[in-house]
Ligand binder design. Structure first.
Ligand code: NAD
Length: 490
């Protein structure tokens, strides 16, 4: 088969760029391997400055007409786009699983439907952005959410379909055109997404996809002089580089980054539910930015709760992510496997004690055992740094002040999880933990209307609901002196 298409899980996927409504090849290609079984999936076009130029220029040309449609004019095509994602949910799910190793059942039932919802939700929300007027004694302030221009959207491999549509949805609904740079370790569902958008009638140039390596294609995109917004999800280190480029051109940037979130279990909690939720942090091999990886347990229930977590964790079956019984699939690449194993080895050497796990799982090359470390020095690497693997730490606390201080004791502030049956206690602790999202007696439930993002090293800004439009729109106030017109209309 020619390099410019690949068949993955029975689905044909283009491996070229999608620019200005057509496929564009590159002579440079990079190899995309499946973490599931190490199989070769595709040779993907590796873009650089030239392809980024083409894509940004196409997006710029398409911008005026797309912006002029207004939210109502954009609605039908965005609804058709969402419907197309829904219709091809099984294909998208199957390709995502082979490409990044995430669980097939989760991709079918949660991720692919959510991708469609991401597009539809923001298309509907955009309708509410018109006609906002603030009255003051002398003037009427007409607040407008104007389209900003060309948005550069960069996403990571752990959830490319979900995170890319999370950006594409509001960016397009706000009237911008976009250039997407998918993750090089799992680029294929973004390519399918482009086909689906095209089939839905999205005009040429409105959505462009430039495949490629972060340091070349991504770098060229964030440094492009004609980009008006940069929305990035990925690691904190990459965000610092992108931030430097954004600072040079004063381009607004949003960043959703890594985490090392606390998971606090109080003695008065529903311990069975809490234990199940702790074990759930191993899902997708812990390659989840929001995972509550630092477990803090109230001392009085430590042994009882540990027994429950041990039992729940024993059900976290490691295996092929296509098997419905599997809960923990592979790590994404050998490089990432080595990184995770390195964290684990250094933690052991520093005196942390693995209560279970701690090495490669007996399944395939990239599969790691669910691991829990006790006897953890809170200042050590394993308690401070994001591992992005199935590795949790276990600490105890005796007072709420102590656990709040410990929870806030890393440089991150993405999320947190808290289990208690005491509402006042819940709100007191939750309000003091530094985090963009704090779940109480639940995990991972996200309303698209609610703000999402991270504090400290976990991000800049919030997306979701109106917050997405605060970023993707150019907000203008037309301040009109009252009674200063003697003519209405043209
Ligand atoms: P990464 O930062 O290495 O890469 C993310 C994206 O940035 C990729 O598309 C990559 O090609 C691109 N990139 C890399 N270098 C670049 C550069 N110099 N200029 C422009 N683009 C560049 O991150 P990753 O390893 O793909 O993803 C894992 C990280 O993402 C973890 O830290 C995880 O917590 C985080 N993450 C955060 C969220 C969130 O919503 N907060 C969600 C998922 C993942």
């Amino acid at each position: 088969m020619a390099d410019n298409t690949a068949t993955v899980a029975g689905v044909e996927v283009s491996t070229d760029h999608w620019i200005d409504g057509r496929r564009v090849p590159s002579t440079d290609r990079f190899e995309d391997l499946s973490p599931v079984d190490g199989s070769h999936l595709a040779n993907v076009a590796a873009g650089g400055k030239a392809e980024v130029d083409l894509a940004v220029n196409a997006a710029r040309r398409a911008f005026p007409a797309w912006a002029a449609l207004g939210p109502e004019g954009r609605l039908p095509v965005l609804k058709a786009f969402a419907e197309g994602l829904r219709t091809r949910a099984k294909d998208l799910a199957a390709v995502e699983t082979m490409d990044n190793g995430s669980l097939l059942a989760g991709n079918v039932h949660r991720v692919a439907p959510r991708a469609a919802q991401n597009i539809e939700f923001f298309a509907d929300w955009a309708l509410t952005l018109q006609g906002h007027v603030i009255e003051s004694p002398e003037v009427l302030n007409h607040v407008r959410y104007d389209p900003a221009g060309v948005a550069a959207l960069i996403t990571p491999w752990n959830a490319p379909l979900m995170l890319t549509t999370w950006k594409v949805g509001p960016a397009l609904a706000a009237g911008n055109t976009v250039v997407v740079k998918p993750p090089e370790w799992a680029p294929l569902t973004c390519s399918l997404m482009a086909d689906i958008a095209h089939a839905a009638g999205l005009p040429a140039g409105v959505l462009n996809v430039v495949q490629g390596i972060g340091e070349t294609a991504g770098d060229a995109l964030v440094k492009h002089a004609d980009v008006d917004r940069i929305s990035f999800t990925g690691s904190t280190d990459t965000a610092k580089l992108i931030g430097q480029a954004a600072a040079r051109s004063i381009t607004p940037m949003s960043a959703e980054l890594g985490g090392k979130s606390p998971f606090i279990v109080c003695a008065d909690a529903d311990l069975d539910a809490a234990a199940q939720t702790v074990a759930g942090q191993y899902m997708n091999a812990g390659q989840v930015c929001l995972a509550g990886t630092r477990i803090f347990v109230e001392k009085s229930i430590e042994s009882e709760f540990l027994a429950k977590v041990r039992e729940a964790a024993a059900h976290m079956v490691v295996g092929d992510p296509r098997d419905p019984a599997t809960r923990v699939g592979p790590l994404i690449t050998q490089e990432h496997f080595d990184r995770v194993a390195g964290f684990v080895d250094r933690a052991k050497a520093a005196g942390a004690e693995p209560l279970w796990g701690g090495s490669r799982a007996n399944f395939g090359a990239l599969y790691f055992q669910p691991t829990l470390f006790a006897n953890v020095d809170p200042h050590s690497e394993i308690a401070q740094k994001e591992v992005f693997g199935p590795v949790l730490t276990w600490q105890t606390f005796e007072t709420d002040d102590e656990v709040v201080q410990a929870a806030n004791g890393t440089g991150y502030g993405l999320a947190g999880v808290l289990f208690t049956r005491n509402e006042a206690r819940a709100m007191r602790i939750a309000s003091q933990v530094v985090a963009g999202t704090l779940w109480v007696n639940c995990f991972f439930i996200r309303d698209l209307a609610a703000p999402f993002g991270g504090s400290r090293d976990s991000g800049i800004g919030r997306e979701g609901g109106s917050w997405s439009f605060d970023f993707y729109a150019d907000i203008k106030n037309i301040s009109v002196r009252k009674g200063s017109f003697n003519q209405v209309g043209g």
